[in-house]
Design a protein around this ligand. Sequence first.
Ligand SMILES: O=C(O)CCC(=O)C(=O)O
Ligand SMILES: [Fe+2]
Length: 282
Amino acid sequence: MVALQQLTRADGIDAVLEVLDADGGVIVRDMVPPDTLARFRADMEAAAAGHRVGSVADNELVQRFWGRRTTRFTRLAHRSAAFVDILTDPFYTGVADQVLLPNASDYWMNTGQMMIIGPGEGAQWIHRDAENWPTLCRPDGFEVTLSCMFAISEFTAEVGATRVVPGSHRWDDYGRRAQPDEICQAVMPAGAGMIYTGRVLHSGGANSTDDQFRYGLHLSYVLGWLTPEEAGPLGTAWEEVRHLPEHAQRLLGWRCSGSDDRYAARLWTVDYEDVPVGLDLD
Ligand SMILES: O=C(O)CCC(=O)C(=O)O
Ligand SMILES: [Fe+2]
C-alpha cells in the first residue's frame, strides 16, 4: 500500500524538502496553529453559507473539474484576516523559497482557494497542478508551483481527502495514467497540511458521506513571471492590504516583482513604478 509520509513542523524545513523530493507530497500534521484554524474556519463557514455550489462556467470540463457538489471561492484575504497568517507562514514560505526561488527572483500567490466537497461528490480527475502552464509541465521541466492542501476540517477517506500518487512527479512519461494501487489519500486531522509539488499527480477525493462537508484550503505559490490562477489584487482591495507587510502585499499582487542582483527587470508595475507608488496609494 502506498502512503504519504507524515512529519511535524519540529522536523524542520529540510526534512519536508527531502520527502517532497522523493514522494512529491508530504503531510505536516501541525501546519496551522489551533487559534488560527478556529478563526479561519469560522470565517470560511460564514463565507460558504449562501455561496453557490458548483460552477456557472459555460464549459463542461470546468464544471467537472470544479465538482458539481463542490463549493469553491477565493478572495480569502478579503474574507478572512486569519488567511493572511497562513499565507505568510514562515514555515510554508520557507519551503516555497527552496522549491521556487532557484527558478525566479520571487514568487507570488497562485491562489488561495476554498474547496468544500459536499456529500455525494465524485472523485475529481487526477492531474498535475503545473498543467496550468502546459509547456512547462513535463518530466524534464522544473518547479513552477508549490501547493498545500490544508485540512480545515478533518480529512477522512470517506469525506474526500485528496488523492495523491506519490513519486509521480519523477515519472519519465507524464502521459501515463496512475494505477489504483499507486493512489493513496491524504487522510489527516484538521490543522494538518499536505504540501505537494505542481508535478505530482493528485485529485479531490469522492465524498461518500450523507451529510459531511470537507473543508479544504488550497494555497499555492507560483513563479513571479507566470500568470497566477487567481487575479489577486482584483479580489482584495488596497484598503484591505495597505496595513500588511510588503511581503504579504507582493504575494497578493499589490507590489511589483522584486528585481534581484542579476537583473533590473521588474514585472507587474504601474507607470513602471511599484504598484502603490504608480497609483499614488503609498
Ligand atoms: O480538493 C482536493 O482535494 C484537490 C483539488 C485539486 O487538486 C484542484 O482543484 O486542483
Ligand atoms: Fe489540483
